[in-house]
Ligand binder design. Structure first.
Ligand SMILES: [Zn+2]
Length: 316
């Protein structure tokens, strides 16, 4: 259960769960099955079916604590006490879900060491972005997924190096641009600030744009700052200010003036607050310089040039 405390009274046959922090309903989750635990760190254990437990344990033992510690150095204390992971059968309909205290993840991901690293670190990042500070509306899911993807890449830069992070970023941005060519640059779902019209399934708003255009926008904000460490501090202050609440984009963007003094922005030829807002609401490719996706520089995740954007027409 995504809870900070769990107890089982054998005589009564009753499980009790308690979550000490306020969380939105979508982060409440319960799993039942033939699951066994094994410790993988001082505040982490994996839960898995007996046939999977040795593999899951060997792949993650010690690693999760390293990733949590890296995230704490960037964004402040881990707020949820335990960070456990439960491996679910291949019928689990998504790859992973960042339920507080207990990440749900599909067991088939154990086939790939790289995807296991990337996806678990992504869920770790949600502990700060999405779980501690939640988007108040489904129209602004990028506040969760874009920020978590940015934080994930800052963490992997620290733990696995810039080259690993750059390759993963290029792979995903290439997928984003292929999807954009399929849908067209004027597709309504290519906006960060998507409009949830009556009758629209909110799950349709969860797509690569939410993750990768969201990431590019957050990366763009980090470029306005000019220093990734300073931007880390900004995000740390954002979490501290809004932890255990739900926010709208303006809550994040409203903190930008403190990050980017007007004079400094003008010297860099950067857009003001209205320009930043317009970028969040436009269709099509994310903000960035023209050029092939493969042109991302190795230090992109450290604060180098913006992720490159292929602006060629579909099919060109
Ligand atoms: Zn996510």
């Amino acid at each position: 259960m995504s809870a900070t405390q769990s107890t089982y009274v054998e005589e009564e046959g009753v499980y009790r769960f308690h979550m000490e922090h306020p969380v939105p309903a979508y982060l409440v989750a319960l799993v039942a099955g033939d699951l066994q635990p094994a410790d993988i760190g001082p505040r982490s254990r994996v839960w898995a079916e007996p046939c999977l437990l040795p593999t899951a344990t060997s792949k993650l033992s010690g690693a999760v604590e390293q990733w949590l510690s890296a995230a704490e150095r960037l964004y402040g204390p881990y707020l949820w006490g335990r960070y456990d992971i439960v491996f679910l059968p291949p019928s689990f309909p998504i790859v992973a879900m960042e339920n507080p205290c207990l990440t749900f993840i599909i067991s088939s991901i154990l086939e790939s060491d790289e995807f296991l690293v990337i996806d678990v670190i992504h869920e770790v990042a949600h502990s700060w972005f999405g779980n501690a500070v939640t988007n108040a509306t489904w129209e602004e899911m990028w506040l969760s997924e874009g920020l978590a993807t940015y934080a994930q890449r800052r963490i992997t830069t620290e733990t696995h190096g810039a080259a690993f992070t750059c390759l993963e970023t290029a792979f995903r941005l290439d997928a984003l641009h292929r999807q954009m060519k399929l849908l067209g640059e004027d597709s309504p779902v290519s906006k960060l600030q998507v409009k949830l019209e009556p009758g629209v399934n909110p799950s349709h708003l969860m797509n690569l744009f939410t993750y990768e255009k969201g990431y590019c926008f957050v990366y763009y904000l980090s470029q306005l700052c000019g220093d990734p460490q300073r931007f880390d501090d900004f995000l740390r202050a954002y979490v501290e200010k809004y932890k255990f609440t739900s926010v709208v984009a303006q809550d994040l963007l409203g903190l930008l003036p403190g990050l980017l003094p007007r004079a400094e922005g003008a010297e860099r030829g950067l857009p003001g607050r209205a320009g930043v807002r317009a970028l969040a609401e436009c269709h099509g490719p994310p903000a960035g310089r023209a050029g092939p996706v493969s042109g991302i520089q190795p230090d992109a995740a450290r604060g180098g040039p913006l992720p490159a954007v292929d602006r060629r027409a579909p099919g060109a």
